[in-house]
Ligand binder design. Structure first.
Ligand SMILES: [Zn+2]
Length: 241
């Protein structure tokens, strides 16, 4: 049984204030809000470590999660990118790169811990729906996230092809050698512009889809309201927000 006491809230507040004192970026603080959302039952799984953040913060959150006897599972970053139309070597190259990044999946319930382990056993490959369900993010936004990833890969392959003059062996060697990928054609520039769009909500760390950002779809708005319901006390205590 998880004991969510005022002591836990006090520790969370300490972490948030510590980040603010360090003028840490909003997306890092957003991850702490994600952790609060997990603790208060808004999301099934909290993913720690996707955003580059101070080592000290990871340690503080992991310690608190372990003190609360949560399930803490280390694994590679999940990836639901639709690689289907890309060459096999490119897919393997991308998956190899992702596998080098470690993250922690934290949850309160054993059934979710089982799901996490299953996905990690599959090297982090899962469906977009599954990712949205487990991380508690709007499906539309998760789909948009992977649509951006898809455009990034399409643009990257186009650049590699252009640099290698269509020779696949050379493309591969360039990719492996981490060649500088500078978009040049209109299509490449459009793909990269699209791929790097970031619309973070005020609270939380997911990347919103255009529809959520423009208020056409209310999914992110509803989730933000839930976040604000449980984070309110932290915001009141932190007038800087
Ligand atoms: Zn959305």
């Amino acid at each position: 049984m998880i004991d969510l006491t005022s002591e836990t809230d006090y520790q969370l507040l300490g972490i948030i204030n510590w980040l603010r004192d360090k003028s840490e970026q909003q997306d890092v603080i957003g991850e702490v809000y994600d952790f609060v959302a997990l603790l208060k039952g808004i999301k099934p799984v909290f993913l720690l470590g996707r955003t580059p953040m101070p080592e000290e913060l990871i340690e503080k959150i992991l310690k608190l999660a372990l003190d609360l006897k949560l399930f803490v599972i280390e694994g590679c970053l999940w990836d639901a990118t639709a690689y289907g139309q890309f060459p096999k070597w490119y897919t393997e190259y991308c998956r190899g790169q992702i596998s080098e990044f470690k993250a922690w999946y934290i949850c309160k319930e054993e059934k979710f811990a089982m799901s996490i382990k299953k996905i990690n056993d599959l090297d982090g490959i899962l469906s977009m729906d599954e990712e949205a369900r487990l991380l508690g993010y709007p499906v539309c936004c998760v789909n948009a996230h992977y649509n951006r990833a898809h455009r990034y890969h399409r643009g990257s392959l186009s650049i590699l092809k252009r640099l290698a003059k269509g020779n696949e062996q050379v493309m591969r060697a360039l990719a492996m050698g981490n060649a500088q990928l500078a978009p040049q054609t209109n299509e490449e520039i459009e793909d990269f512009d699209f791929a790097f769009q970031i619309h973070t909500p005020h609270l939380g760390s997911w990347n919103m889809c255009d529809e959520c950002k423009n208020g056409i779809n209310s999914s992110s708005n509803e989730l933000e309201k839930k976040y604000s319901g449980v984070i309110e006390m932290f915001l009141k205590l932190n007038p800087m927000q």
